[in-house]
Design a binder for this molecule. Structure first.
Ligand SMILES: [Cu+2]
Length: 108
């Protein structure tokens, strides 16, 4: 019985510890339309450990929640930049940017 309680305590503490690793962060990401929104959020969520990725078209802010033992803000930023979107940390490669549909072109 005592052992069971101890085991339960360990499980609860471990679960609590894992949840505590979740980090909220935000990143500014350039983009224009709802297609951008879908692509940006998909790219961010494809990074392992990311549970929430929500981009706001008006404010250009990508709101994130992730397990920082698995994902780093830098990796998420790079993943989004790689598909054509400039972030406040990374500039999208020109090839990725020019491959995007015209409605998504945010650079002047
Ligand atoms: Cu777009």
């Amino acid at each position: 019985m005592k052992k069971t309680i101890l085991l339960l305590a360990v499980i609860i503490l471990t679960a609590g510890g894992a949840a505590a690793k979740d980090t909220n962060a935000s990143l500014r990401v350039q983009g224009k339309c709802n297609m951008c929104k879908t692509k940006i959020e998909k790219a961010a969520k494809a990074v392992e450990g990311v549970s929430v990725a929500e981009w706001n078209k008006e404010t250009k802010v990508l709101r994130l929640r992730f397990d920082d033992s698995k994902a780093k803000l830098d990796n998420i930023s790079q993943a989004v930049a790689k598909i054509g979107y400039d972030t406040d940390k990374d500039k999208a490669p020109d090839e990725a940017y020019s491959a995007m549909p015209n409605c998504c072109k945010y650079r002047e």
